[in-house]
Design a protein around this ligand. Sequence first.
Ligand SMILES: Nc1ncnc2c1ncn2[C@@H]1O[C@H](COP(=O)(O)OP(=O)(O)OP(=O)(O)O)[C@@H](O)[C@H]1O
Ligand SMILES: [Zn+2]
Ligand SMILES: [Zn+2]
Length: 820
Amino acid sequence: MKKIAQVIVNIPTRNIDKAFSYIIPDHYAYIDIGWRVIVPFGQRTVEGFIINISDISERDETALKPITDILDDFAWFGNHMLKTAEWLAEYYLTSLAESYRMFIPGKAGVKTQELYKIADSVSEVQLAELKEASKDNDNKDNFKIIEHIYKKGPLKLSELRKEFRHTISDSSLEDIIKSLLRQKILCKHSKIYKSGLPRLTTVYSLAVDAATAINTINATSKRKPAQLRLIEELLKYNSLDSSQLRQLSITLDTVKRLVKLGLIHTKQVQIIRDSYADREFSAPKLKPTQDQEQVLGQIIPAILEKKFKSFLLRGVTGSGKTQVYIEAVRTARNLGRQAIVLVPEIALTSQIVSRFKAAFNNDVVVIHSRLSLGERYDAWQRLRCNQAGIVIGARSAIFTPADNLGLIVIDEEHEFTYKQEEAPRYHAKEVALTRAKFSEAVVILGSATPSVETYFQALQGEHSLVCLTRRIDSVPLPPVTVVDMRNELAQGRRGVISPAMQDMLSETFSKGEQAVILLNRRGYSTFIMCRECGHVIKCHHCDIAMVYHAANTSLRCHYCQERQAIPDCCPVCGSRYIRYFGTGTQKVEETLTQLFPQAKIARMDQDTTSGKTSHEKILSDFAKGSYDILLGTQMVAKGHDIKNVTAVGIISADTALNLPDFRAAERTFSLITQAAGRAGRGNRPGKVVLQTYNPEHFGILSASTHDYETFFRSEIKLREQLDYPPFTQLINICVLSKDNTEADSQAKAIVAELKCTLRGLNHTSIIGPFPAPISKKKDVYRINILLKTRQLSEVRNRLSELKLHTRKGIIIDVDPLNVL
Ligand SMILES: Nc1ncnc2c1ncn2[C@@H]1O[C@H](COP(=O)(O)OP(=O)(O)OP(=O)(O)O)[C@@H](O)[C@H]1O
Ligand SMILES: [Zn+2]
Ligand SMILES: [Zn+2]
């Protein structure tokens, strides 16, 4: 008996939010839940995912359309992947398609193209009549087009345009096509391409023994030398593909002749691209230290048990967390289970990739943003056919279609990059925990500065807390000298580099050691302010301060890229005292060059690292010792392990403290601790100088002693007093409109709706509406409504009934990390 499939169509519109039913035709009777299929949808043909199968009723048989094609010869979604996708849509209030498609490389398995073809109903006789009619001048162009399509088969509009570009104008071409469609002479035809298809190549090998081949050639051919050489090469290499033939300067003609003679076999084989195949990795084999053994002693049994369990590995900077991950992954692999390792950003973490590559070789697949779609498919293909079992990647790698997942590692779990800032607005940690529950896998969350939420969960027993409290070989953490910049100013020292920092640096360079200097900003000087009236130059489209760029002495908006010249006087009060505020990397670089003319400086910020490999290149050159100083924004503070770095300077520790965000202290603490943690990781002691205007702030104080516990205890008290996460959970609802009053009234209407929907729920409050801190972005006004609740799942249920997320101009962010 026929069956019905419930199919999620892969169309990323927010207003379709259910599955549709299709008949499974007899010839696809074997397909099942989790398969990717092609189905008709309105006028279109689209990709879909089967999420359920049921029996057919008589009524269905006539009412429903059948599935037209399948995309793979296996179920793309394993059971736990389906459940994770379903959870994702429910938790983050997004459409089903938006969440299922996360598991597809490039988010879609097919591409569609509109073609024009002669309608099937048009007969030869009719065509002849049309030809006759075309002798009359008016219809000449019409028939030219029909004839061309008749000859060539279905064509794209662009192909027709190109063909007739000299004879028919674009607009009349379109008019003619429209009229032919109306007359039903032409019809539209959508062609579906599967994307990321395996690449095939032809491989040639000998079909007979060498003597037979040579004898045959000698007997039949004049152009012997080339053919004989081909036989010789085939004897040497066994088989050759077309690119190898090209390298050997053997023409395809030669090959074809021998194929014709039956001397050579041809075979199509799939090429699976491995973008790291040609690179060599080496790292010393490390024997786990006693501390690492003790941590592994808790993690390994859990992996062996093949049950869900999560660990928070809190290990001070340089305590050897990577080696713990490696041993844990080895355990999972020995069981034949797969592992996903998430890192905040591949370009900044090439060291961890190298260590995994050195330990596991080709068993590791690296997924990064520079991979082509084909390469991404291949990476996943390698996993499917067991050529590889370990995936390393940034947050989206959590959606890797691995069927037999045993372990998920999230390194630097506190990093904000694990949250996606577009729909679905997921946090990779939440997805990892959910996916691991469904697949009975172990999760390791690692960090020297765990997020307040994660640490709180661990203390509540949600994750097992395991700790590495010392650096490898008990190397001490670097002492931090705090410089109070207010004192510096009071004593007339206005330089961006204090004498204390200068002393540290000269000492470092005199010993041939290296320094990292962190500046939590970008650009030369950040914004421009009038010293008389306080006016700040802002972007007209985005309501945010324009940033000064010295390179082209202009102002630029970092949201919309709008440029503006620097005004000579204040546009509000006309004062000439309009000056540059703040300090950027370029300015610090100039100062450093003046102070240390011999020092070679590598600058790393968004301006210098827009190129393809710059991040990795700058870091690896610095690691090789090509530079004395690595200077830059946050990105210089992350993850790297360079033994010759003994000094770290933090120039403006507190810029992050002033963000309108309840996590400002946490961000500041972790940034400083991570930066300080780059110093003295080898056998030479490290040193840190930290400049600040808020030396008594608890975040800065505890960072200066690398004291996570103390920081956490103060911070958690504040969170409790103010009823912020982890004591509550937040949902941000952002209303967008080009028209300010429209945005305003819509937001008010939504608040009224929410009040009604959420009535009677305890511990739930609606804050706002209020303009978002960046109240206008690219000419769109933004108004926030913040929900704070201790009953997230109930609030979510009610919001879901309200179907807010399917409305236009509304962004819902569950557990937002950024409400700017
Ligand atoms: N068992 C070991 N024996 C010797 N050296 C080790 C061992 N484990 C790790 N190391 C070395 O210790 C250094 C620090 O390790 P790793 O980079 O993993 O630290 P981490 O905990 O990830 O630090 P961070 O949080 O600062 O990134 C590395 O150079 C690593 O090679
Ligand atoms: Zn002014
Ligand atoms: Zn702008």
